[in-house]
Design a protein around this ligand. Sequence first.
Ligand SMILES: [Zn+2]
Length: 202
Amino acid sequence: MSAKKAPIMIQVPQSGLRSISGSDNDDFFYILAHQVLAALWLENSDSDERTQQGKATLAAMKGMKPRDEHEGMLIGQLIAIHNAAMECHRRAMIGEQPFEARRENLNQANKLSRTHRDVSPTSRALRCGARTRSGKPCQSPAVRGKRRCRMHGGAPGSGAPIGNKNALQHGHYTAEAIARRRQLSALIRMARTTLAEIEERR
Ligand SMILES: [Zn+2]
């Protein structure tokens, strides 16, 4: 193995794996990180530059805050697509190349940019979907943890509170009532056992 092909060595603390990959699973992190690092363009980089590229890549993954494995994988692809697009742009700028070569590089870059947009966080976020005055569903991203955008009922503090009494009808099935009945039956069971024990002792 030549010095140029040396693998990228980066230490990542155990606690940082989830924030980079979106998963608590070690194997998932290592495979995803390996895939994303292997998709870097490293041919023209020396050992220090490779390490820098690797660190920047992991920082980018972390910065995009993957919430689960699915987002981790999308983010990995996003970085690979970005790198490939930038490499095509670089090649298009090389002087003394035929017009066709330059055009081909720009074409590829353009396609990659479009794919990048399709995979990017703004398109993968859940849309609000509330009906607007034009009749079309609202395209704003839903507030995290809610199904509507901040203009259509997703604002902080809006919506029914926990233990909401507004929708209460008879209260027979509220968590509170169910717990109370469970306690009561447990008490009755205990009383029966105690009674049975007393009977036996007689
Ligand atoms: Zn909305």
